[in-house]
Design a protein around this ligand. Sequence first.
Ligand SMILES: [Fe+2]
Length: 411
Amino acid sequence: MPHIVPSARDRASASSEASTRSIWIEAFKAVRAETERRAAPLSPEDQNVQSMPDASPTKWHRAHTTWFFETFLLKAHAADYREFDPRFGFLFNSYYVAAGPRYSRPERGMITRPDAAEVAAYRAHVDTAVERLMQNADTAMLGKIVPIVEIGLHHEQQHQELMFTDILHAFAQNPTNPVCDPSWRMPVFGRGSDYVRIPPGIRSIGFEGEGFCFDNEQPAHQVLLREAVIARHLVTNGEWLEFIADGGYRAHDLWLSDGWAKVEAEGWQAPGYWREIEGRWFSLTLAGLKPVDPHAPVLQVSYYEADAFARWSGKHLPTEAEWEVAARAGLLADAFGVAWQWTRSAYLPYPGYRAAEGALGEYNGKFMINQMVLRGSSLATPEGHARASYRNFFHPPARWQFSGVRLLDYR
Ligand SMILES: [Fe+2]
């Protein structure tokens, strides 16, 4: 897929200002095009729906990622920029308090105007202005704007994943089981039940070196790991079927108290999009309703379910440090590209972490409470977006992401 933000190697090889400029213009075009590719199969009605407060309309994702470049890049650095519509800042700011007031998140689906075509025009207007800014920037200006373009592209890639997970949640509310993409296939995944030893002792985690990372991946620091073994492979649907058959969703003693409250309140009996039809399990995928493949990794489970499953298995979820050390050592199959993996680590600042000054300092730091870390990446993550130090985070009941489970044991 051609939508990769430049790597450290690309940047190192950009020997001239002209090549730096062209690398970033091409990256900008490729990432912006990928957003539109993901939205293209969806009708204007699809693009407006919001199926729950946590899930945003496709049209909103397309507009909000555009607002990000308009606000943090163009308004800040393009002297001749003409704002597309002064009302859009209120509509499409997500959570940046420093960037001004914003529309209520749970009601984004109420915004039928601007319609999908106007949002396309907004995107085109901003694309033209960003490309022109980069084209005309002198060396000093390039030095200022490239870091903003870079975070804007990584930000847009995060929303590309959410476009898939959010529309799938909307489609899961529709009894006709709509199809996002008939050609979608589950990615290739490994199989096996072996456990591998994680090197114990004092280890390093967090991002170091050249290239992009989010601020929450730093500072790199040392951790102390005890002897442990980690599953090479992800927990499968077949194993989840055993958990269900063994009464996993009915045994309160397997569950955290908050998790059991969710099981009772929401009637959970299986992963998010599973449906039992005439004694057989099906799951709503991006390609529509498909039989549950017992060999495939389980998807759409919450932290509470992952934790209960681990307890039922007599094992544990890894901490994020255990996961990262194992991933860096090359011990994990399907670390990336299939399912985010819940860890039992709370999403907290690394030792010495400080959020940046200004509006972009709101990107990660203020969410470091009441959420759990997931590691790896999923089948919906744009290629090249994640890395071993990447920290995703969601609230423990969330199960509309492509989130799965990898087990660990202490011996
Ligand atoms: Fe955002």
